[in-house]
Each structure stands twice: as C-alpha cells, then as structure tokens.
Design a protein around this ligand. Structure first.
Ligand SMILES: Nc1ncnc2c1ncn2[C@@H]1O[C@H](COP(=O)(O)OP(=O)(O)OP(=O)(O)O)[C@@H](O)[C@H]1O
Length: 244
C-alpha cells in the first residue's frame, strides 16, 4: 500500500492556468520516490499539494489509503505527512534541541517526546553531538539534518523533502543524501524533489519525471538513470566515460 498517493491532481495558483494537470504519483511504504524535471515544472507544487499547503482544484489525495483531499497542513501533519521546505528553516538563535523540539509541539505525552528525541538523536549523530549548540553555528548540511530530525518528531508515515541539497557543497550533499536513505531504512517513506536529478535518482528507489504538469515517465530510478534519451533530456547529458 502507498503511504501517500496523489491521483489525477489539478492544481495551480489563483486564477492562473493550472501548474499540475492530471498528476498522479504514489509513494509505497519503505521507498524513496524522487520527482525530477525542468525548472518550473511544478515539483514544489506537488509537495505543497501533498502537505495541504495548496488545495487541489480536482483529483484526490490519500494517506495510508484514506482520502484526505482538501485537508489543510495541520491535519495533513496529523495524518502523517511532514514537509521539509526548500531553503533553510532552522532558528539560528535557538539551540539544536529547541529546534528539534519545535517538531513535537503537537505531542502532549512527554514520555513519547523523549522517545522521539532518542530516536532522532540516534538517527542523526550530528544532532546528538551538537544538541546544546546554537543552530546558527552549524554548517548548511548539519542544519538540514536538524530540519530532518524536527520533521521526524511526529513519527510521520511520509516525509516530503524539497531540494535538500540546495546550497550545499558536494560533500555535504552526499551526507544529506545518506541521511535520507537512513530515514527510509528507519521506516519513513520519502517523496523527494531535487534539481540535482542525477544524484537524487542515485539515491531513490523510484523516479518520476515531471513535464507539462504530469508525471511523464516513472519507473525504477536505476532504469531511468540508465536511459540515454532521458539522460540527454533531463540529467544534463550522459555521465562521462571513465578515463583509462
Ligand atoms: N506562490 C505562487 N504563486 C504563483 N505562482 C507560483 C507560486 N509558486 C509557484 N508558482 C508558479 O508555478 C510554476 C511551478 O513552480 P514550482 O515551484 O512548483 O516548480 P519547480 O519544478 O519546483 O521549479 P524549481 O525547480 O525552479 O523550484 C511556476 O510557473 C511558478 O512560477
């Protein structure tokens, strides 16, 4: 069963023409699904619809098989969908611990909050190591892991990640993608949107190529990566031949 499913979704902004025009995507349990596509294709819009920030004009959204179409962000979060927005959203003047605990503001049970803290500190060692440090003193990649930890405090079924590698150098990008895999392995499905299409497909289980407001092609990420036509169109050409 899919953790989250968008079915034939039309969505857009104000009176403008729709950005999503019959988009369908499903995130099975235990998988990382990656959306790639040209600038402005509507990748972030898919995540906004999935987290309830933007209501679809038509179509359906299901979480764990239950229809949640039209629910706002707070109810989507309660249904098990957490959204890590593009850019950096840590509060620089607060400690790592305070930032992470913001993710638990809806949880009243203190013992449960403590268990979730243990869980995220175990999953993201840098979060544990820098627990009492001001978050603004961390590197960009470390701050992204604080955001991941914050999103997992509610034990979501699926986490939506909008361009987690944005602004990071290659080493920090690798660390962040390793942590995305750890999140999946720890039981949270992931819907990932990335500019860095090749790197994201190397990490994902399933890839979806967005074009003209729909999923144009989808399949096992490794197969998309191996497709020369797709590489030319969407992945900035084929990887260089190894030098001998
Ligand atoms: N808040 C908004 N109000 C009006 N139009 C918007 C808004 N957000 C996005 N759009 C428009 O919707 C379209 C899709 O934008 P979206 O950010 O979803 O694309 P994207 O694939 O994530 O692009 P990028 O890779 O550049 O982030 C674009 O034409 C954009 O101008």
């Amino acid at each position: 069963m899919s953790e989250i499913e968008l079915v034939d979704v039309q969505a857009g902004y104000g009176r403008a023409a729709p950005v999503l025009r019959g988009l369908s995507v499903a995130v099975p349990a235990g998988t990382i699904v990656c959306l790639v596509g040209p600038n402005g294709a509507g990748k972030s819009t898919v995540l906004k619809v999935a987290s309830g920030l933007l209501a679809p004009r038509s179509g359906a959204i299901r979480v764990g098989g239950v229809d949640v179409t039209g629910q706002g962000p707070q109810r989507m979060l309660a249904s098990g969908v957490a959204h890590v927005l593009q850019g950096h959203s840590v509060f620089a003047e607060m400690t790592v611990a305070e930032n992470v605990l913001l993710g638990a503001y809806t949880i009243k049970d203190k013992a449960r909050v403590a268990r979730r803290c243990d869980f995220v500190r175990d999953l993201f060692p840098v979060v544990a190591q820098r627990w009492t440090t001001l978050a603004g003193l961390l590197s960009g990649g470390q701050q992204k892991q604080v955001e991941f930890a914050r999103s997992l405090m509610v034990d979501p079924k699926v986490v939506l990640l909008d361009e987690p590698s944005m602004g990071l150098d290659p080493k920090a990008t690798s660390t962040v993608f390793e942590q995305v895999v750890r999140m999946r392995d720890a039981g949270t499905a992931v819907l990932l949107v990335e500019q860095n299409a090749r790197r994201a497909l190397e990490t994902a289980d399933i890839g979806c190529v967005l074009d003209l407001g729909r999923v144009h092609i989808s399949g096992p990420a490794a197969e998309l990566l191996a497709d020369p036509a797709l590489a030319d169109l969407y992945l900035g050409g084929r990887p260089a031949e190894p030098l001998h």
